[in-house]
Design a protein around this ligand. Structure first.
Ligand code: MN
Length: 277
């Protein structure tokens, strides 16, 4: 099989780099090169709490990470990220992943993120790229699949090039067999669940809306991380109205009003579900 030239030059050894370039001015700032260049170019690391982009070497035998981050930026979406060659390949899924095999979810490919980003839950300040509240909605491990066995990194490259990536997830909300299929251009994909024992008609974005690491809602994350009033209202609007809260007594202590269940159609529309003062 003919192998084309790599689109991305290999990133220089991380051993020669510093997280803080100012610490050692003699070392060149290499953040403009490699697979995280776009990520770094879009962000001001003196302002945003997001981590600067550096690639990480993979220890042999360690499973590949995946993460899904719920992100109320200009619009609500779920960032679906798969570890590959030291970075997190990323797709923005506006409606979030669905475990229903008959549902195809649009997934727009976005710039690869650093692996450190998998730990990020908080608020990106107003005016910064992607400004808004971020929740770690699910995480776990993943593996590429080729026919009836697991594939390797080269297989991932092959399938990405072909525009059809088959994989298995082992997360706390998402599991089993999935596929990403490219539909148009270079960035538009569909995320689809395969039929297996993890398939269901459950809307996980409604039934399991809380952070997998902190148990918090979007509003609670926004409040704790200094969201602006506008961002806080948007974060609250991204929570399902009847989100089972980690601390329902505390949140509702001042009010005896019991809310009626509201169907999911109003869920994604921030202004409808918002109960901001
Ligand atoms: Mn995002």
């Amino acid at each position: 099989m003919k192998k084309g030239p790599a689109r991305d030059a290999p990133t220089p050894s991380t051993a020669t780099r510093r997280a803080n370039p100012a610490r050692d001015a003699r070392l060149p700032d290499l953040s403009q090169y490699g697979r995280l260049a776009e990520y770094n170019r879009k962000r001001h690391f003196g302002v945003t709490p997001e981590p600067p982009g550096t690639t990480r070497a993979r220890e042999a035998g360690r499973p590949l990470e995946f993460v899904v981050q719920k992100h109320r930026a200009t619009r609500l979406h779920y960032d679906f990220r798969l570890e590959h060659r030291g970075v997190m390949l990323s797709w923005a899924v506006p409606k979030g992943p669905s475990p229903d095999p008959s549902v195809k979810r649009l997934a727009m490919e976005t710039e690869p993120h650093p692996m450190d980003y998998n730990q990020f839950e908080g608020v990106i300040p107003e005016g910064e790229y992607g400004g808004g509240t971020v929740m770690i909605w699910d995480k776990g491990i993943w593996a590429p699949v080729v026919e009836n066995r697991l594939g390797d990194e080269d297989e991932v490259d092959r399938q990405l090039k072909k525009g059809e990536l088959k994989f298995v997830l082992l997360g706390q909300k998402l599991a089993g067999s999935w596929v990403l299929v490219r539909t148009r251009g270079t960035r538009q994909w569909l995320l689809i669940k395969h039929r297996d024992e993890y398939a269901s008609g459950e809307d996980l974005t409604v039934t399991k809306p809380l952070s997998i690491v902190s148990g918090r809602s979007m509003a609670e994350i926004g409040r704790a991380a200094g969201a602006s009033p506008r961002q806080l209202q948007q974060a609250a609007g991204a929570d399902p109205v009847l989100a089972p809260s980690a601390a329902p007594a505390r949140r509702r202590a001042a009010s005896s009003t019991r809310r009626e269940p509201v169907r999911s159609r109003s869920r994604a529309r921030g202004k409808v579900a918002s109960s901001a003062p």
